[in-house]
Write a protein that binds this ligand. Structure first.
Ligand code: KIV
Length: 269
């Protein structure tokens, strides 16, 4: 555990130094002050206010309904709980794909109103590479995201990407385009391990894998998945705890003690 206040605030450039040093990056998601504080205390390097919060915190079927206002609200809470970790915020669906101007306005709002240091965008070709170039030119650090991109669920599904020669080449080209556009790091989601390893070796910026094997410069999981808080987690997510069931058991004990008048004790201790 890292004590609050210990160590310096992590900046995006630090991740590139760590790649050169061979120090692996640990990233997790958070959606409110409570979880952000716990993750920061534990010493996670990067906290992602991922748009997965639409599913794990707001109960939507996909990430698509999330709005920019909602992301700003959650990112503000996360940033209030973080001292050391780098905070990256997902730009929600259709808050950046329409035009470069729209992306600058949305990303600018996130940096100005939340205190986060960077944004994440999905996809890497054409307008997205131009968008990343402009965002970095105006001083907004951008993390890319290729492979399975959940905002394209209606086009791609939640299937592994890059399994064919063409598919793999396309993802590699997207990653290269993002690096050339100025992205400081890239998430590689749900793709074959050898493809993710090749991308990692070809890029000088760090790759952070999720369902992409062990050859990336870092790893990310959705915190609710890795703690056993979700009812169904993706097959590649390692579940480190059974917190969902433990919460239910604790609440059942409380209910039973209230009903049997075991709690509170009288006189109060
Ligand atoms: O929204 C999210 O949680 C993400 C991770 C899966 C990388 O984008």
């Amino acid at each position: 555990m890292v004590a609050l206040g210990e160590g310096m605030k992590i900046r995006p450039q630090r991740l590139q130094v760590w790649k050169r040093e061979g120090r692996t990056i640990a990233m997790l998601t958070a959606w409110d002050w409570l979880w952000a504080r716990l993750l920061d205390r534990a010493g996670v390097d990067v906290i992602l206010v991922g748009d997965s919060l639409a599913m794990v915190a707001l109960g939507h079927e996909t990430t698509l309904p999330l709005t920019l206002d909602q992301v700003v609200h959650h990112a503000q809470a996360v940033c209030r709980g973080v001292e050391r970790s780098l905070v990256v915020v997902d730009l929600p669906f259709l808050s950046y794909q329409a035009s470069v101007e729209q992306a600058i306005a949305s990303a600018g709002r996130i940096l100005k109103e939340t205190g986060a240091q960077a944004v994440k965008v999905e996809g890497g070709y054409g307008l997205m590479a131009t968008t990343v170039t402009r965002l970095t030119e105006v001083g907004i650090p951008v993390m890319g995201h290729v492979g399975l991109t959940p905002q394209s669920v209606h086009k791609l599904g939640y299937r592994q990407q890059g399994g064919t020669q063409d598919g793999g080449d396309r993802i590699l080209q997207e990653a290269i385009a993002l690096e050339q556009a100025g992205a400081f790091a890239i998430v590689l989601e749900h793709m074959p391990e050898d493809l993710a390893t090749t991308i990692t070796q070809k890029l000088s910026i760090p790759t952070i894998g999720i369902g992409a094997g062990n050859g990336c410069d870092g790893q990310v999981l959705v915190t609710a998945d890795m703690l056993g808080l979700t009812e169904k987690s993706p097959p590649f997510a390692k579940v480190y705890d059974d917190l969902g069931n433990r919460v239910v058991e604790s609440v059942e004990s409380y209910i039973s003690e209230v009903r049997s008048r075991q709690f509170p004790r009288s006189p109060l201790e």
